[in-house]
Design a protein around this ligand. Structure first.
Ligand code: TRP
Length: 331
């Protein structure tokens, strides 16, 4: 059986990008794999300036949205990272396998650190070591597949490198994981800045569709999406990123192909209108389930408690093995 692990960071409200690029596929995965794990990775939310109350709130909200998006706790394990100590236990050991140079080469680190320094702020050490913790998240569970959006490919690659290196040095311990990517809409772009992804941590609201946006808000954002000055609906990611993004979102919502869809539309207006409808319909059932789950917080807490217990049971033997292999004396 294939073991699947993925995580979502509670650094902002979940977006359409998170859903189409990752979470929606997770809901499919759990039908086939009884041991898929999906984690709200709250420790990762502490790597940048944060507000404790907000992280707590977003962690609960992300977990609730995962369940609303169709993850079935009978079929997969849904839990919060900080509830399972094995992640940080293993992370330290993996820091002893990783090199500082390869950490500094991570694109996301370079970008975020540069942005932070520009603002005159300091960079938390945990931002540098974050990919090691992510590798630990993955490796602790003997994960085969990591379904993530494109921007995480480099981090999963690092997890592979660390697994291989550990195994070579200390004996076979870890499964070497691989990233799996969605076909269409692997990377949903910001509607206002189609050159950058629709990230939940960015605060530029008008280009980001949040999963809990009301239909009216969705309509406004999609109708105001930046297209191009050129006329005609053409699918060309490089030259016409704004239109390509809308075509990909529409295709991802309806299960079509962006190239084929481009032939159906004569005007941007019609494309935007249909994209709005498709997104609103996509979000409707999810929002209804979210509302119902919010009315029953004890249920969500129970799911997370059971999830953490199950996750701990899976990770502990693996982390114990790694501790022994690297030379630590068993307690
Ligand atoms: N780094 C991922 C992101 O920013 C979140 C993440 C943390 C993750 N640990 C993970 C994803 C392990 C997959 C597997 O989206």
């Amino acid at each position: 059986m294939t073991r699947v692990f993925s995580g979502v960071k509670p650094t902002g409200h979940l977006t359409l990008g998170n859903y189409l690029g990752a979470v929606r596929r997770w809901a499919d995965v759990d039908q086939r794999h009884s041991d898929a794990l999906f984690c709200v990775v709250d420790l990762h939310a502490l790597t940048v300036d944060h507000d404790p109350a907000r992280v707590r709130r977003l962690t609960r909200q992300a977990a609730t949205l995962l369940l609303a998006a169709g993850l079935d706790p009978e079929l997969c394990t849904v839990f919060v990272q900080s509830h399972v100590d094995e992640h940080t236990r293993l992370s330290y050991v993996m820091e002893c396998v990783a090199n500082d140079g390869e950490m500094r080469r991570m694109i996301q680190y370079k970008e975020k650190a540069a942005r932070e320094r520009e603002r005159g702020g300091s960079v938390r050490l945990s931002l540098l070591t974050y990919p090691v913790l992510m590798a630990a998240d993955i490796l602790a569970y003997g994960t085969d597949e990591v379904p993530v959006g494109d921007d995480q490919a480099q981090h999963v690659e690092l997890a592979r490198d660390l697994a291989v290196r550990f195994n070579q040095r200390y004996g076979h311990t870890f499964v070497v994981p691989r990233a799996t990517r969605p076909g269409v809409a692997a990377r949903v772009m910001n509607l206002q800045e189609p050159a950058s992804k629709m990230g939940k941590s960015d605060d530029s609201g008008p280009g980001i569709v949040y999963l809990l946006d009301e239909p009216d808000a969705v309509r406004k954002k999609v109708m105001r999406a930046v297209t191009d000055s050129a006329a005609g609906v053409v699918y060309d990611r490089e030259e016409r990123p704004g239109v390509a993004n809308l075509l990909e979102i529409l295709a991802a919502c309806e299960g079509g192909d962006p190239e084929d869809l481009s032939g159906v539309y004569e005007s941007y207006g019609a494309l935007k209108k249909d994209t709005t409808e498709a997104v609103v319909e996509l979000l409707r059932p999810l929002q209804a389930r979210h509302k119902a789950l919010c009315a029953d917080p004890a249920y969500v807490e129970g799911v997370l408690r059971d999830g953490a217990e199950k996750a701990r049971g899976m990770a502990k033997p693996m982390v114990d093995t790694a501790y022994r292999a690297i030379g630590l004396l068993p307690a």
